[in-house]
Design a protein around this ligand. Sequence first.
Ligand SMILES: NC(=O)c1ccc[n+]([C@@H]2O[C@H](COP(=O)([O-])OP(=O)(O)OC[C@H]3O[C@@H](n4cnc5c(N)ncnc54)[C@H](OP(=O)(O)O)[C@@H]3O)[C@@H](O)[C@H]2O)c1
Length: 294
Amino acid sequence: MKILLTGVNGQIGFYLNQRLSPFFEVFGGTRESFDLTNIEQMENVIDEFRPELIINPAAYTYVDKAEKEPELVFKANTVAAKFLAEKSEKLSIPLIQLSTDYIFDGQKEGAYTEIDKANPQSVYGQSKYEAETAIKESNPKHIILRTSWVYSLRGKNFLTTILGMAKNKETFDIVLDQIGSPTSATFIANTILAITKKIDQIDKNNLYGIYNLTCSGSTSWFEFAKAIIFYAQEKGLSLKSTPESIKPVKTSDFATLASRPKNSILNNHKLEKTFEINCPEWQNELKLIMSDKV
Ligand SMILES: NC(=O)c1ccc[n+]([C@@H]2O[C@H](COP(=O)([O-])OP(=O)(O)OC[C@H]3O[C@@H](n4cnc5c(N)ncnc54)[C@H](OP(=O)(O)O)[C@@H]3O)[C@@H](O)[C@H]2O)c1
């Protein structure tokens, strides 16, 4: 199968490219070779490569900056997704899209399921929700994967930010009153590989739809930061902070441009049942990632 994959320099795109390439013929798009804001370029690449599946993890992901440049955000996240959905529908091929917990307002008690009502509170969240809607309307052969709190050992994300701060500071403040499920980019990539193999092999029609995709269990940013420092210490990294030296703060003490969901926990049962996938506990996954063995 020929796969067009976007955003191969991003967290998920990078690992996905690694995982898919041994099994499939992959066109790995970058901002230069497959620019989400350049419909003409995207169309030319697709017409030339003739993919049998499109996977779109690329997105404008700077959630705070997004509040200041909504036009660009909607162009990259919504208009591009709509184009990819319409184009894939014309070619009769499936589209796998990455989406986010930011489509919810975070007010629910307990984990969000796929049928809970969206109510985005930020430009980024709105752009990703409208992308979902456009995809659902344009191409029935879609798989929308909603994930949250993505981290990896490369690039700029919560894990690498905490490691950087812990190396340089004896203490720093981390938000306690937002909860979610830390999810490694490698787990997401492995899961998308499994999904891709499945839709390549069997009757796909009952597999299309929206799925939550995160690690199991939940925690706060503060506890997640403590766990990162703990495993970094175990690994022998030289740090100025300890799990005990960092300080919990409230969201209200930590001004950001974009509003963040207080509760980002997503229920993974549908994904686990449909694709026979076991979502690992976030602590076990973090330990594995910190050991650098994946
Ligand atoms: N990170 C999270 O916590 C999180 C949570 C929920 C959902 N998601 C979703 O998961 C997906 C992947 O997230 P991620 O963490 O892997 O993101 P990421 O590391 O920020 O990667 C995004 C990629 O998109 C590329 N990109 C941005 N604008 C582009 C454009 N105009 N044309 C082409 N490429 C463009 C970036 O290119 P450059 O490398 O050139 O900048 C980058 O490689 C996104 O759809 C995101 O909405 C992420």
